[in-house]
Design a protein around this ligand. Structure first.
Ligand code: HEM
Length: 496
């Protein structure tokens, strides 16, 4: 770190000290701050959050502090909600004030990620983009995408059969390719497709850059004014380059889709549907081209890693529960029979396999700490003062393992709990209140149809080393697994 950065950081620390004293003095009389782990001088809880598996630490704090706990650090204060009822109360009933997003200096400002529905503040642009997004991906239109989802599920089965050891590559390819096709009408023919590579490499870096603490400028926003040539300001060049990649993610697929439309060889897609709708609408908004770009761009951005993550969790979970795998396969044999592949029309009859899917969402949520919301007014919760600007987390891991809701064995993976239809659907896996995932139905269909087909065709087994079967460590997606094609229905016998 250069001398100027050290001086600046020291100065910012003193400012923050006085800001935090001011903040504490503004807690109204009779109210208090929510409980939470004691912080350190100046930096608060900044160093208390582990860099990996942080949700396990959040779960421990939830057990220690109860329905709410609070963390503070320079530039941010965070509230975690650990009670099912309170999460419904705050995110649903008080949704008008609990639905903003944190405006990170790195992600929103320097990387120019502010165009996305995910990072937009609760308000005009967000509301409008979300309405268009909903029009494209709501529950009733999700059926429109069944053919594409079946096509890529079959591609997945073929690839798993040929090279099961590459299952991670295959999953990402088919989920990415199906999003590209329904969104832009683009057909990605291999996992090396430049648009798939672009999304994978860009998102990975954006997520890393967005973790508080990766870049000092997130904690001390004034650092963004340092010019790139200034000693110690290498972060500016790094972020500028990444920002270009983010823009490319927004622009490149839509250009390809528009060119195809011009040439007349475009496949039906979200882009073509929106273009047609706006062209026939004389009162269309002036910035309709931006709406098309942003609404479709966010599907490309938010739809791949989430569905991919859930399928990876499926492999890991089912590997640890061979009895569940066997029971689901028996149901599939009975409902679908040995000579066919499961289709969307079978899904309603697969009661046990559906329960496996719901239990998977609950037990191993893809975003165990959710995606934080921001409170946009001062509020009082259970007698505690929560200031405007607090970053609010639904503590998803803890909430979905709540014993008072899901029973005393909530820590266990047990699909039976969903069989009689009385347990609440684990919808917190898709987020909270007004910001809850608008791609849920598309995502559920993509993952569930893949799961039932994989279970019907393959046995998922632990990797065999010379020491015998090796089970992976928790959510360790790097370790191997083996897939053996189910003897009765080999892929060659099935029509593709
Ligand atoms: C199984 C797969 C998926 C899971 C588990 C999932 C989960 C989530 C979660 C936890 C959030 C944050 C909600 C909140 O802030 O409270 C979210 C937001 C979002 N998801 Fe998904 N998602 C999935 C699939 C998809 C797909 C396939 C798409 C697009 C086609 C999508 C589009 C979005 C968008 C646009 C948002 C931002 C909503 C907003 O901020 O208003 N998701 N998702």
């Amino acid at each position: 770190m250069s001398l100027s950065t050290v001086v600046f950081t020291g100065f910012a620390g003193v400012v923050l000290y006085f800001v935090s004293r001011w903040w504490n003095s503004r807690i109204p009389r009779g109210l208090k701050r929510p409980p939470g782990p004691p912080g350190h001088f100046l930096i608060g809880n900044l160093l208390d959050i582990p860099k990996s598996k942080e949700w396990l630490t959040f779960d421990r704090w939830a057990n220690q502090y109860g329905d709410l706990f609070y963390l503070s650090m320079p530039g941010a204060s965070m509230l975690f909600i650990n009670s099912y009822e309170l999460a419904k109360e705050l995110f649903d009933k008080r949704g008008s004030v609990y639905s903003d997003r944190y405006q990170s200096t790195v992600v929103n400002d320097l990387l120019k990620f502010d165009w996305t529905l995910i990072s937009a503040q609760h308000g005009g642009k967000w509301r409008r983009d979300r309405a268009y997004f909903h029009q494209l991906f709501n529950q009733n239109v999700a059926e429109k995408y069944h053919d594409v989802q079946i096509k890529y599920t079959k591609a997945l089965l073929k690839r798993l059969y040929q090279t099961p050891e590459d299952y991670r590559t295959h999953l990402r390819y088919i989920l990415g390719a199906s999003i590209l096709e329904v969104t832009y009408g683009i057909q990605a023919t291999s996992e090396k497709d430049p648009l798939l590579v672009l999304s994978e490499t860009t998102l990975e870096r954006v997520i890393e850059a967005g973790i508080p603490g990766t870049y000092l400028v997130d904690i001390f926003p004034a650092l963004k004014h340092i010019p790139s040539w200034f000693p110690g300001a290498k972060f500016k060049t790094e972020l500028e380059q990444l920002g270009k990649q983010v823009l490319e993610m927004q622009d490149r697929p839509i250009e390809i889709a528009k060119n195809s439309l011009k040439k007349g060889d475009a496949r039906p897609s979200a882009v073509s549907a929106l273009i047609e709708q706006f062209e026939n609408d004389s009162s269309r908004p002036d910035d309709y081209e931006d709406i098309i770009k942003h609404v479709t761009g966010v599907a490309y951005l938010a739809g791949i890693d989430t569905t991919n993550g859930l399928l990876l969790h499926f492999f890991y979970t089912i590997l640890l529960h061979p009895g569940v795998q066997k029971r689901a396969q028996e149901e599939l044999d009975e409902v679908v029979g040995p000579d066919a592949l499961p289709s969307f029309k079978d899904l309603g009859k697969l009661k046990y396999t559906r329960a496996v899917f719901e239990e998977l969402l609950r037990w191993n949520a893809v975003t165990p700490s959710g995606l934080p919301h921001v409170l946009n007014v001062d509020d009082v919760v259970n007698g505690y003062f929560i200031p405007k600007g607090t970053i609010v987390f639904g503590n998803t891991w803890t909430l979905l393992r709540s014993k008072s809701v899901y029973g005393p064995d909530a820590d266990q993976f047990n699909p039976d709990r969903f069989l009689d239809g009385r347990m609440p659907y684990p919808d917190f896996a898709f987020g909270y209140g007004r910001r809850a995932c608008p791609g849920q139905y598309f995502g559920e269909n993509a993952v569930f149809i893949a799961i039932v087909n994989i279970l019907h065709l393959f046995n998922i087994l632990p990797f065999e080393s010379e020491n015998g079967p090796e089970l992976p460590a928790e959510n360790d997606f790097e370790s191997g697994l083996a897939l053996s094609a189910n003897a009765v229905k080999t892929l060659e016998e099935l029509e593709f």
